[in-house]
Design a protein around this ligand. Structure first.
Ligand code: NAP
Length: 248
């Protein structure tokens, strides 16, 4: 079935930054889809909440690190909605440990979800975006991918990989009207950062020039900008949103 409304799809939309992106793109007027891997209840509640605001949404449960599951999910979305105009590769995990204690599966899990997951999802949309001569792809990197971070060899490698993919894809796809950008958040208040001890959180906040944490909306507002008309001529960029952390 074809429809005229733009369709946006956000990976990892049940919580934190992804949830805020889903809400923002919904308010911007997109039909907004999102995926998740565990949080059935949150997914259901989010869909209901969006519906109560007059936003059309849908959710799909699949693991972005699994190519077959991802391919199947996207082909069902295309069957139902006909097109995807905006893809936000947001799903991500951490498995923080000093390198000396890091196990092979700590490394593999993070690379498989944070980096290969971006490949798996992007692969499903790019051919169709080139045919429709329009697309916006926004990838979630991280400050850790730009400057490294103690305890995050796996995570920083995955997020640096996302930067490389973003820049290369932007060069390959620009001629087809597709923009590809990355956002590099600093310390944003979500479940991911709530997992850090109060002591570590205080230490990070102290090191941020703006002396405060970022909020999911700080990221979703930028996604909205890049996905919309204002983002028309921006591609291949990595936009830091970190209260100044990357400037020191
Ligand atoms: P979060 O609160 O932990 O939420 C992660 C989301 O990703 C959830 O919706 C989760 O689904 C989903 N997810 C995890 N593994 C998945 C998989 N294998 N397949 C599909 N979905 C999966 O994380 P967040 O803090 O909002 O972070 C969002 C993104 O921003 C991540 O890429 C993260 O690396 C990046 N980032 C965050 C910060 C920060 O300070 N928070 C800083 C820099 C970069 P379930 O709910 O089903 O588990």
């Amino acid at each position: 079935m074809e429809n005229n409304k733009k369709v946006a799809f956000v990976t990892g939309g049940t919580r934190g930054i992804g949830k805020s992106i889903v809400e923002k793109l919904g308010l911007d007027g997109y039909i907004v889809g999102f995926n998740y891997v565990n949080s059935d209840i949150q997914a259901n509640e989010l869909e209901k909440d969006l519906l109560s605001k007059g936003i059309e949404s849908f959710s799909v449960k699949f693991d972005v690190s699994n190519y077959e599951e991802t391919e199947k999910a996207f082909s069902e979305i295309y069957e139902k909605y006909g097109h995807i105009d905006v893809l936000v590769n947001n799903a991500g995990i951490t498995r923080d440990k000093l390198f000396i204690r890091m196990k092979e599966n700590d490394f593999d899990d993070v690379i498989d979800i944070n980096l290969k997951g971006v490949f798996n999802c992007t692969k499903q949309v790019v051919r169709k975006m080139t045919k429709q001569k329009y697309g916006r792809i926004i990838n979630m990197s991280s400050l850790a991918g730009l400057v490294g971070n103690i305890g995050q060899v796996n995570y920083s490698a995955s997020k640096a990989g996302v930067v490389g993919m973003t820049k290369t894809l932007a060069a390959e796809l620009g001629a087809y009207g597709i923009t590809v950008n990355a956002i590099a958040p600093g310390f944003i208040k979500t479940d991911m950062t709530d997992a850090l001890s109060d002591k570590i959180q205080e230490k990070i906040i102290e090191s941020v020039p703006m002396k405060s944490v970022g909020l999911p909306e700080d990221i979703s507002n930028m996604v909205s900008y890049l996905a919309g008309d204002y983002g028309r001529y921006i591609t291949g960029q990595v936009i830091s949103i970190d209260g100044g952390l990357s400037s020191i």
